[in-house]
Design a protein. Structure first.
Length: 566
């Protein structure tokens, strides 16, 4: 009886076993040719990606792509083969473990969360005649005004909501306004502050959060049409931490679909300096809204540049913390071993205030370390050794970059030329896209992937299709090579305090792989658009990169410039 019954999956596998001997044989022979090429130390190109090979591979993977979809994915599959070859060429001893580990659940520990010293004892500036004149003011200064009861959270919330509604049609940075919640939270903040129950420097400050974070009873769309009606039944840890700090959530801000670029299901988020240009992504809305003075600060995520790139493009301050510094619970997963929760603000000191409230274990994300974050507001880098990659400070913007380096020389630091580890970071990063393929397995196999807005060759839809063809063995090998990369990066920080680079540096990819923290801040303008300087530091040493960034910020005036929105 059971032998006579065949499910559609079993029939596909039966047909596969009949149909693919020639394709499998050709693949095995091609693979053995590659092996022989390695053994004889000759350079050989990967075998071509054939129609039969793709057809056989998708049957094994239990996917069913149309001929047009297979043809669209073919160039990226071929590119993945090249990346696999690059990683295979790295010698890895038997003792090297992958750069990921399983950690059984452990009890939550109360995180050490020291408040920044000082700051709130100073008198705030006089209240301006027009409240909107405070739109670009740092959150720390707004906190002074709120605590002194010079302004109210309700007033700030109304002002920022009005600005969001006025400028969102141009910038397309908001997915969902959370106006009712915001007014409720603002009223509560005002009552608590009036009663002397002050929660800290974020109390009463309106903020926005990237629409990858779960918000109970509120749309959380991930920027993608297949999830456009998704309403979670819980809050992400970042949302909970902000509520505990007394911050006021006024909007879910746009993310590029499934955390890539600045295009989402309603359109492209725009750069407030030039709305004809995109904001970059994928923390597109947080960067655009923060730089445009539409929120007090915002929270985003980074896997491979999704905070650094839009913050730099829009002229804001963006922090990618150490992997494991802040909880990802309730945030859409893209790649489990790479995703990080960070901040986008208008000043370095604001970055410290928000990270102070965000960091630490929550008992839900086992990757989060219970390590203190303690930044004292210092900007002194005298005697520091600051690394830089000489070749990245040349070219058409050389004068701008020379001025940036001179800031540190004048501050008493020694500039040290450095080189990055000689390992194929870009290839490693590409192979780790297998994690995204696993995360969105159901979306791929259900055909929902065809609803994504960007169906271009390098769009998320095509990346996910191609990810199904990354062999598990090579994914694991990539993680083992990643371990070598982490060891070599840590060794680099044994001889320097931090290193600086343009925000477009390849080190964005390298240090996302290794988990090292970085902060980007405005460093000038090129053709009327902001450009950012990035400071990268040792693991769990965010205070060092904040200190170096503060030294640069205090010596320059780029952070005081704001988009000329009408």
């Amino acid at each position: 009886m059971f032998g006579a019954m065949q499910t559609p999956r079993r029939r596909r596998r039966r047909d596969f076993l009949k149909a693919v001997p020639a394709a499998v044989t050709a693949t095995v022979l091609a693979a053995s040719d590659v092996t022989r090429a390695h053994q004889t130390q000759t350079s050989a190109s990967p075998p071509p990606v054939t129609d039969d090979g793709l057809a056989a591979a998708q049957q094994v993977a239990d996917v069913s792509l149309s001929p047009a979809e297979l043809e669209s994915a073919r160039p990226l599959v071929a590119r993945n083969l090249t990346n696999i070859e690059a990683v295979r060429r790295v010698a890895v001893s038997a003792e090297v473990e992958p750069a990921f580990a399983f950690m059984p659940p452990r009890p939550a520990r109360a995180p050490a969360r020291p408040r920044l010293p000082g700051g709130l004892e100073f008198l705030p500036p006089a209240r301006p005649a027009h409240l909107e004149d405070l739109a670009f003011e740092p959150a720390g200064t707004l906190a002074l005004r709120l605590r002194a009861r010079q302004i109210t959270s309700a007033e700030l919330t109304t002002m920022y909501l009005d600005r969001l509604k006025r400028h969102d049609p141009t910038l397309l940075c908001v997915v969902t306004f959370t106006e009712d919640l915001a007014r409720e939270q603002a009223a509560q903040a005002d009552r608590e502050i009036a009663a002397g129950k002050y929660r800290g420097p974020l109390h009463g400050i309106p903020y926005g959060i990237k629409d990858l974070f779960a918000t109970k009873g509120i749309l959380t769309t991930w920027g993608a049409k297949p999830y456009a009606n998704q309403i979670p039944d819980h809050d992400a840890t970042a949302v909970v931490r902000m509520r505990e700090a007394g911050a006021v959530l006024i909007a879910k801000l746009a993310t590029g679909e499934l955390a890539i670029n600045d295009l989402w299901f309603r359109g492209r988020t725009r750069n407030p300096w030039n709305p004809e240009r995109g904001s970059s992504g994928s923390s597109a809305g947080p960067a655009s809204a923060t730089a445009a003075g539409l929120v007090g600060f915002s929270i985003g995520t980074e896997t491979g540049g999704s905070i650094v790139s839009p913050a730099s493009t829009c002229g804001a301050v963006g922090l990618r913390p150490t992997y494991g510094r802040s909880s990802r619970y309730g945030c859409m997963t893209l790649r489990w071993t790479l995703d990080k929760v960070g901040t986008i603000t208008r000043s370095v000191s604001d970055t410290a205030l928000v990270l102070d409230a965000l960091h630490g274990p929550d008992g839900k994300d086992a990757t989060v370390a219970d390590l203190p974050f303690a930044y004292d507001g210092s900007s002194d880098v005298r005697g520091w050794k600051i690394g830089y990659l000489e070749h990245e400070f040349t070219g058409p913007n050389a004068a701008l970059w020379k001025a940036a380096l001179d800031v540190y020389r004048s501050a008493g630091a020694t500039l040290v030329p450095i080189t990055m580890p000689d390992l194929p970071s870009a290839a490693l990063y590409a192979l780790l896209n297998a994690e995204a393929g696993a995360m969105f397995d159901e979306l791929i196999r259900s055909g929902g992937i065809n609803e994504l807005a960007d169906q271009s060759q390098n769009g998320r839809a095509n990346q996910l299709r191609a990810a199904r063809f990354i062999p598990a063995v090579d994914y694991i090998r990539a993680q083992r090579v990643r371990t070598l990369l982490i060891e070599q990066m840590n060794a680099l920080f044994d001889r320097i305090d931090v290193f600086v680079a343009p925000s477009t540096s390849d080190t964005v990819t390298t240090c996302n792989l290794t988990g090292h923290p970085a902060i980007v801040l405005p460093a000038g303008f090129v053709q009327g658009l902001p450009i950012g300087l990035m400071v990268t530091g040792p693991l769990f040493k965010e205070e060092k990169i904040l200190q170096a960034a503060a030294a640069f910020e205090q010596a320059t005036e780029w952070h005081t410039r704001h988009p000329p929105l009408k």
